[in-house]
Design a protein around this ligand. Structure first.
Ligand SMILES: [Zn+2]
Length: 347
């Protein structure tokens, strides 16, 4: 509410139709950042519904208006070690029945084998220490030949996704596809990528198509989570019916996110990428959202639901509208975090 004196002054200026000399221009009311942050979080919550609570919890959880620590902090090395210890190799059964795409991941991290008429396209390779057992072992248990892996698409160069890439390239001669900036990271930090550094191979570009036999995967650059993060759209068949999939390749805010510079720009990069992916998902009428962590697409639980599916819809199918909501969750949480940084700059 404006103070009465200013309101009168404003009314006089408007009535005169000219700026009165000597009258101080009315100050713009200060932005209510807390309200804007609440609205962004609320939009993410609404979009999440009951379908994407894991994603919401991960990237929106610290975003109460006025909270001092707005974002998921960088995962430290000791936290990563703890996370690694939590992963028990082999505890998640590989699923052939998953006709959307074959799951050969673990309880936390996912790897997917997309079978085509001319071989297999593998999405992500989990950690170096469990990729042999979970991916190679899992494929063999399902009667798939790891020698048929022709392409390995790495969503981004973090150890929970690139871990088995070097091994699969060396042992099976698969072509490795990764974003340019993430190839650079692998080459720049050999110690960080010991035993998991494939030799530079295919550098992905936005819109690039990887075709194997009857199947084409389209790659989309979605920088944010890492500078070279990749996401994909592709079609699979479920009980003979074509189903379109959107695969989201990087989710958490583990870029520099706690200072306005470069945090605000980093969040903008991330938000733009989610918009880009949402557009591609809409254009292909994607009704399935896949991720590389079970906490985001609920893979482990959905895999269990497949057995009881009967003639019902595939548990991974959330509908075109559901897929769009997924990207709205990512955008809403990122916008809220970005607003927290903008608030720091406000006078
Ligand atoms: Zn990552």
């Amino acid at each position: 509410m404006k103070p009465p004196a200013i309101r009168i002054a404003t009314a006089l200026i408007l009535a005169a139709g000219i700026a009165a000399p000597g009258v101080v221009a009315q100050q713009k009311p200060a932005r209510d950042f807390d309200k804007e942050i609440r609205a962004a979080v609320e939009s993410a919550k609404t979009a999440a519904g009951f379908d994407f609570l894991g994603t919401l919890a991960r990237i929106c959880r610290c975003l109460r208006a006025g909270a001092k620590t707005p974002m998921t902090p960088y995962r430290t090395t000791s936290q990563s070690r703890r996370a690694r210890r939590r992963v028990t190799p082999g505890t998640q059964t590989p699923r052939r029945s998953l006709t959307i795409s074959t799951f050969v991941g673990g309880k936390i991290h996912s790897s997917w084998a997309l079978t085509t008429s001319q071989g297999i396209i593998l999405f992500d390779t989990i950690f170096p220490y469990n990729s042999e057992e979970l991916i190679i072992g899992g494929m063999k248990r399902l009667g798939l030949n790891p020698g048929d892996i022709k392409y390995v698409l790495i969503s981004h160069a973090h150890s929970d996704h690139i871990g088995g890439a070097e091994m699969i390239q060396k042992q099976y001669g698969a072509r490795i596809v990764m974003g340019g900036p993430d190839w650079q990271s692998v080459e720049r930090y050999p110690n960080r990528y010991k035993t998991m550094a494939p030799k530079r191979d295919i550098v992905a570009t936005d819109g690039m198509k990887i075709t194997l036999g009857d199947t084409t995967v389209t790659i989309w650059e979605t920088p944010g989570h890492t500078p070279g993060t990749l996401s994909y759209t592709f079609a699979v068949r479920d009980q003979g019916r074509p189903v379109n999939v959107a695969y989201s390749g990087g989710t958490a805010f583990n870029f520099v996110n706690n200072t306005p510079n470069p945090g605000i720009q980093n969040f903008q990069t991330y938000i733009n990428s989610q918009r880009h992916m949402a557009e591609q998902a809409a254009a292909t009428r994607a009704t399935v959202i896949l991720s590389n962590h079970s906490e985001f697409d609920n893979a482990v639980n959905k895999n269990r639901m497949i057995a009881g599916r009967g003639n019902g819809p595939h548990p991974y199918e959330v509908g075109a509208e559901g897929v769009q909501r997924y990207f709205q969750v990512m955008q809403g949480c990122a916008r809220a975090a970005q607003l927290k940084l903008e608030q720091q700059l406000a006078p």
